[in-house]
Write a protein that binds this ligand. Sequence first.
Ligand code: UD1
Ligand code: CA
Length: 463
Amino acid sequence: MNRPAAASSATLSIVILAAGEGKRMKSRRPKVLQSLAGRPLLAHVLQSARALSPAAIQVVYGHGGEQVRAAFPEPGLTWVHQAEQLGTGHALQQAAPELDDAATVLVLYGDVPLLRAHSLVGLLDIAAAGALAVLTMQPADPNGYGRIVRDAAGHVARIVEHKDASAAERSIGECNTGVLAAPARLLKRWLSALRNDNAQGEYYLTDVIGLAARSGVTVTPVPLADPIEALGVNDKVQLAELEAVCRRNAACALMCAGVTIADPARLDVRGDVVHGQDVFLDVNVVLEGHVTLGNNVRIGPGCVVRDCSIGDDTELFAHCVLDGATIGRGARIGPFSRIRPHSALGDGVHIGNFVEVKNATLGSESKANHLSYVGDAEVGAQVNVGAGTIVANYDGANKHRTRIGDRAHTGSNSVLVAPITVGEGATIAAGSTVTRDVPAGKLTIARARQTTIDEWQRPIKTK
Ligand code: UD1
Ligand code: CA
């Protein structure tokens, strides 16, 4: 997203508060690492932060937070440790020494992941002009949120936390999203004046609003158009609610771009999708990582596709799992096929039910239609991998590669013990276990000869 030009050229510093324990998650994983639409909560916040092109991003993290740091090894982040969680104001105090006096500071929360950069630009312009901007909302249920208290003239006077609010204050519908922006120089002054004499015994960041108003600095509320963006994640119920929002947003974006979706409530996109025209996604499809779908691609019900590129006119039938594969045009995969990483299937390839392909290439128009394993193999074009063929790639210690030439046919229930090369046009008889190279253009049989014992009698029970 390009950032619309701000009113002033003051540098922007963003501070993300992410030290809260997240007790209600009942998880060993820090809250900001809980996954939403396939990415940690904090990754969503960082994406919006970066879209504003700040000069610096500080992340305030708490105990057990080494896990958080390790999850974001990328450069350009300054990590600030808050040893004890004494409140949002205390959290920002930890970041204050790093803030340049001349900067505009934007405060975001690590557990409020849906805010779009576009919704924050207005705050920056106000703060760059010397005022304090607070992002506000009118949620359907204001319970738990800080309330915006206005004076007789209608100006914002302070924020009262729900736990500290009187009955009258609790009836205020205008709420604090938690997000604010201000000039660093002023913010530092207010932060140093915070006290913790309140219901939670915490240093509330929200008290800077009262301090600003009393010192004559204008406090400008910026209403958030869509309160959904301010939804926070405190427990697994809210996490699932936000997941539903992400699911709907992703499906809407795809449909607006021309993708046909059988049921937008039953599609999960946990990554990015690049697609052509007339793509059809059936119910319960999960797309993860980076997925590229060509024109007329059809994905059947219950398929999971992760980090794959799928060519034009290819169809996946029901319940396929594809991971890290490149699929050509006009291929037919499934139902019940598994394609594992580093596999490349050519144009017109058919992979049928209960077939697993791993780290293998199949040339154009090759087929493996039933109950096979093709691992660590280079399979040529127009090869027919017979039902139940197993490429035995593993000797118990090492994996070996198998080469199968163009137009070769392997019989049903054959085992190809790697490393081995099967020549072009070779035929391997059904039930063969081949351990040496198979010559091109000939029939190779490697199984016991069929014999019939004429005089044989079936044993009978002794009385
Ligand atoms: C806060 C606001 C409230 C607002 C609400 C919106 C305060 C005092 N209250 O309340 O007005 O309506 O958000 O969702 O700010 N954090 C730290 N260190 C701490 C405490 C918190 O880093 O010591 C972080 C948390 O990880 C979280 C964020 O700050 O990302 C908000 O903290 P939280 O305790 O969830 O605040 P709320 O009670 O929701
Ligand atoms: Ca919260």
